[in-house]
Design a protein around this ligand. Structure first.
Ligand code: 4AD
Ligand code: MG
Length: 429
């Protein structure tokens, strides 16, 4: 019976065959332990010399790391094994013999591993991270579908910028200039006026010369946009969404979190509502602690971490100065110098995972912003149209997938949270 490691529990005490790679191996004169992986999971195969044909034991002893095999054996329940099962091997058939696999079980430097990312992905740790990433994506679709959102796909090649012009990837679009999307938001606003509640999930690009553990050049964003929803309404959706994702990962990625040695007690209490503080309060708090920061300046990573340390849940920082935020954010009607926005800062130093705001819905004010930000009315006429024909209050936000994966997994650097990271000075593999 052919099966997979994930489904092996349905075949206890039966003989099964799995296609697998040899991840690692230990052997003595009488017994060989094969660490097998098949993509769906990891399991230990035990080859006992006295119980198999001589040729099978010999093969097990000689098998090289990452060789591909069909292995047949009897499934045993084993409470101590991470998967809960073990395979008593009867037969091995080699599909392909791997020679000199570069990533040996010994320690390797980060640059070496990054150069071999195409192989590094096979490791137990990277496998676990990719599975958590997948679960976050699955739970995202589940949440927004349940809440009546439609998925809409904004373009990747664009003629305009959403998040400022300093970090745009420029390319030619035949005779025109084009840019890789920094954010689908502006298009999602158009979609919200057509479909009410929408969300997107796609790659976004920032030609940022920053080399930090939180920055990728290419990263994936989930961008919901909602008509007839104000800033406060949006915060409620955000905290419910993040809680849903965290609880889904806890429920469905137990083995993965264990493989990553993640302290799950830190994730268990991530349940809405989340604390909220204003930008003003955050500045006061930081100043009291001796940080050198003045009203009007943006927070850096150390500031965010200092604020996050006060809470055991993600914290919203709201009402930033308009000066340091994007052109489309709606000013607070009670205080024009700040905008109706929030950044959501993850606990444990993982930084900003969401940026969001209520959008300007007044045509004249938006035109004024075009002037202040040197945006050509020609390129942005369509966006102005949304304020011309049945403008409504609307809000939205963007969640950075990789930072969220890093937080869920307890992984230090975002380079491990995306299959093939694009970083400053790295386009290979
Ligand atoms: O705060 P940002 O720049 O917001 C926007 O792009 C809005 N247009 C979103 C919206 O309202 N629809 O980016 C949103 C999130 C950040 O909070 C962060 O999690 C992530 O995207 N992010 C990055 N992740 C990895 N590498 C980078 N260089 C990132 N830049 C932003
Ligand atoms: Mg931001």
């Amino acid at each position: 019976m052919k099966t997979t490691i994930a489904k092996i529990g349905n075949h206890v005490e039966q003989s099964v065959t799995i296609g697998a790679w040899l991840a690692n191996k230990r052997s003595s004169g009488k017994i060989a332990f094969l660490q097998l992986r098949d993509g769906t999971g990891f399991i230990q195969g035990v080859v006992v010399k006295a119980e198999v044909e001589e040729s099978v034991f010999q093969l097990a002893k000689e098998l090289t790391q990452e060789s591909s095999i069909y292995v047949t054996g009897i499934v045993r329940e084993d409470k101590r094994a991470p998967s809960g099962y073990e395979l008593t091997v009867q037969e091995i058939q080699v599909i392909h013999e791997a020679k000199d696999y570069p990533i040996t079980p010994k320690e390797h430097g980060t640059e070496f591993l990054m150069d071999h990312r195409h192989l590094w992905l096979r490791s137990k740790r990277q496998h676990a991270i990719m599975r958590v990433r997948n679960e976050i994506i699955r739970a995202t679709y589940e949440f927004f579908n349940e809440q009546g959102f439609s998925k809409v796909d904004p373009p990747i090649l664009t003629g305009s910028s959403a998040e400022g012009t300093t970090n745009l990837f420029h390319t030619k679009y035949f005779d025109e200039d084009a840019y890789l999307s920094q954010s689908g938001q502006l298009y999602m606003e158009a979609a919200a006026m057509a479909l009410g509640k929408v969300f997107s999930f796609g790659p976004t690009f920032r030609a940022e010369k920053s080399k930090t553990r939180r920055h990728l050049i290419e990263f994936w964003m989930i961008e919901p946009e909602m008509a007839f929803m104000d800033h406060e309404d949006s915060l409620v959706v955000q905290e419910q969404y993040v809680s849903h994702v965290v609880q889904a990962v806890l429920a469905n990625c137990k083995q993965e979190l264990q493989a990553l040695e993640r302290d799950t007690s830190k994730l268990e209490n991530i349940v809405a509502p989340f604390p909220r503080i204003t930008y003003d309060e955050a500045i006061d708090m930081l100043k009291k602690e001796g940080h050198e920061i003045e009203w009007g300046e943006d927070f850096g990573a150390p500031h965010e971490t200092a604020i996050a340390e006060k809470y055991d849940k993600p914290v919203f920082i709201t009402h930033y100065p308009a000066e340091i935020k994007a052109f489309y954010m709606k000013p607070d009607p009670n205080r024009e110098e700040v905008v109706l926005c929030a950044d959501l800062i993850a606990p444990e130093g993982y930084g900003e995972i969401i940026g969001g705001s209520q959008r300007i819905d007044d045509e004249d004010l938006l035109k004024q912003r075009y002037d202040e930000h040197n945006l050509s009315e020609e390129s942005y006429q369509w966006y102005l149209d949304l304020r011309k024909y049945g403008s409504v209050p609307h809000s939205g936000f963007g969640l950075g997938l990789e930072r969220t994966v890093a937080w869920m997994c307890g992984v230090e650097h975002v380079r491990e949270t995306i299959p093939f990271p694009r970083l400053l000075n790295r386009l290979y593999p």
